[in-house]
Design a protein around this ligand. Structure first.
Ligand SMILES: Nc1nc2c(c(=O)[nH]1)N[C@H]1C(S)=C(S)[C@@H](COP(=O)(O)O)O[C@H]1N2
Ligand SMILES: [Mo]
Length: 231
């Protein structure tokens, strides 16, 4: 059995006091209090279930020009200081996070291959926060099985919770060591080596944890593309 202390270290929650200290969100000190309470066992089991890591690439293998901007609607321009990431749904602690609060959480960087179903791929370095860390902060209820991502351009997608809490699933705000360009999804986008490109929502503004999929499952998924879309 993993102890509570190890769990908190693993999920990085020990760093949160610092983040939330000066954040000025309505949740304020309340959330710091809730963090001393046990997270539900179901979440612990997702996080501890051994998840196979996808091998990463080395910096010399990055293909800076290979990532083709693939946007099906208008590119939304979001002023970074007005940006909020909402995390809601079946959670004990709904969140509204500023970009600076997200960026104060531990930064994870990875070099992975982005694979678009339209027949191209690119080795890219992404930097950001592990989605599982954000999910842990929101304290999901044991009923949660799926995660919906809403984007500022009207795009949307849904993921299974196991893929969402995979250690290589990031909410990224850096690309190839630079701030994420607007056309690639700034301020915040999904990046993961375990799913096809159309699951990697750009300009994510809302993450909703749910126990059932709705009739609408995703922009491409609802037009017949495969829902799981694993690589
Ligand atoms: N919000 C939003 N996210 C999106 C898309 C989009 O049009 N809107 N296109 C998807 C597709 S099909 C791919 S391949 C990748 C492309 O990411 P890039 O434009 O950063 O290369 O974004 C995905 N995420
Ligand atoms: Mo794609």
């Amino acid at each position: 059995m993993t102890t509570r202390r190890q769990f908190l270290q693993l999920t990085g929650i020990s760093s949160l006091g610092m983040v939330l200290g000066g954040c000025g969100t309505p949740i304020g000190e309340d959330i710091v209090g809730t963090l001393t309470m046990p997270l539900n066992e179901k979440l612990e089991s997702w996080i501890f279930r051994p998840q196979k890591l996808v091998p990463e690439f080395s910096p010399s293998q990055i293909e800076p020009k290979a990532l083709i901007v693939n946007t099906f609607r208008n590119t939304p321009i979001i002023p970074p200081d007005e940006y909020r990431l909402i995390i809601d749904g079946e959670v004990n602690q709904p969140l509204s996070l500023k970009l600076t609060e997200i960026q104060a959480l531990p930064l994870t960087s990875m070099i992975i291959r982005h694979v678009c179903v339209e027949g191209w791929a690119a080795i890219v370095q992404w930097g950001g926060v592990r989605l599982r860390e954000l999910i842990a902060i929101a304290q999901p209820k044991p009923s949660v099985k799926y995660v919906y991502f809403t984007s500022a351009d009207g795009y949307y997608s849904s993921w299974d919770i196991a893929s969402a809490v995979h250690p290589q699933t990031l909410m990224a705000y850096q690309k190839n060591g630079e701030p994420l360009p607007i056309e690639n999804g700034a301020p915040l986008r999904l990046a993961a080596p375990i799913k096809l490109g159309y699951k990697q929502s750009k300009w994510v503004t809302r993450i909703t944890l749910v126990s059932q999929l709705f009739r609408y499952r995703g922009y491409w998924e609802d037009m017949g593309y495969e829902w799981f879309a694993g690589i």
